[in-house]
Design a binder for this molecule. Structure first.
Ligand SMILES: [Fe+2]
Ligand SMILES: [Fe+2]
Length: 301
């Protein structure tokens, strides 16, 4: 997604030309089985996340948004983007029903998905509420939108739970950037939308933080196996679900044109900070048997 053929830096060109999605499969570096000690550590990590969320981060759709300050005259282009965000969040039943079976024997991860699902369901509800209360969409339009969304089914982009935790880390930081950048664009033009984006962005940042630290735990336990999955994900990353919409190209262009998210942002504000925070070097991410300096990057399609 957000593939820009025209203005690509040398870095991007190098990155993409090395991309062979699906080639570096899990068989190249087998994953180390998860030990009881590792599972206990992951559960402790979840409990810290959960306890902090209960103490500091719970918010309420009805009372924490200044709904009387919705702006019906806000640019329709902004409402289109909120609708796109809302659509992506609406695939929650697919996300949960496919992710939980991968980790059902890993309590920390399974419980996290239950909690994550609760937080994500608020995101689609609060955005749906804004679209209606701001009068940018009617009840009928919202019903049509939901019908369209649920006529498609999201599938897991990777075949194992280790790759999926890497993927979720990238997806959560990218999602945070979407909301954060959108909020900067609207400023005070719509205080209700501003506030809801602020609250949702805080959640997304907390999700990113949880999953990045979880990847760190896996790197400590099984560096080679986790690096292999990290490499696959960086090579082939796409934002979830958006390619499934009937008018995907239009929606992606709207997001790119406002500089909310594009390929440069993916490299410099998602990939670079994540590998730096994980303490992973570009050399470690180089594909084995490849003379290239760095792995490929995703965003294609
Ligand atoms: Fe979300
Ligand atoms: Fe999230």
């Amino acid at each position: 997604m957000y593939h820009t053929e025209d203005k690509r830096s040398d870095k991007q060109a190098t990155l993409r030309s090395a991309s062979v999605p699906g080639k570096n499969s899990v068989e190249e570096v087998p994953l180390k089985p998860e030990s009881p000690e590792l599972l206990a550590k992951i559960y402790r990590h979840f409990r810290e996340y959960f306890d902090k969320a209960e103490r500091k981060r719970r918010w309420h759709i009805e009372t924490d948004i200044p709904w009387d300050k919705c702006n019906p005259s806000l640019s329709p282009a902004i409402a289109d983007i909120v609708e796109t965000f809302c659509n992506v969040e609406l695939f929650l039943p697919d996300y949960l029903s496919k992710l939980i079976p991968q980790v059902r024997a890993n309590r920390g991860r399974a419980w996290m998905l239950a909690n994550w699902g609760y937080e994500e369901c608020k995101h689609s509800m609060v955005m749906s509420d804004w679209l209606l209360k701001s009068r940018h969409r009617s009840e009928e339009q919202m019903a049509d939108m939901e019908h369209e969304v649920f006529s498609h089914e999201w599938e897991l982009p990777y075949d194992n739970a280790r790759a999926m935790v890497c993927y979720t880390t990238f997806q959560e930081l990218a999602t945070w950037l979407h909301y954060h950048n959108m909020r900067k664009i609207i400023g005070n033009e719509d205080p209700a939308l501003n506030k809801l984006l602020a609250l949702v962005a805080i959640d997304e940042r907390a999700h990113y933080d949880f999953f990045r630290k979880l990847v760190g735990i896996y790197l400590e336990d099984d560096r080679a196996g986790t690096l292999e999955q990290l490499r696959r994900v960086i090579n082939t990353f796409k934002m979830p679900a958006i390619h499934m919409f009937a008018d995907t190209a239009k929606r992606v262009n709207e997001v790119k044109n406002m500089r909310i998210f594009d390929e440069d942002i993916y490299i410099y504000e998602v990939v670079d900070p994540i590998i730096q925070a994980l303490g992973v070097t570009r050399k470690e991410l180089r594909r084995r048997n490849s003379p290239r300096e760095i792995v490929a990057m995703g965003g294609a399609g």
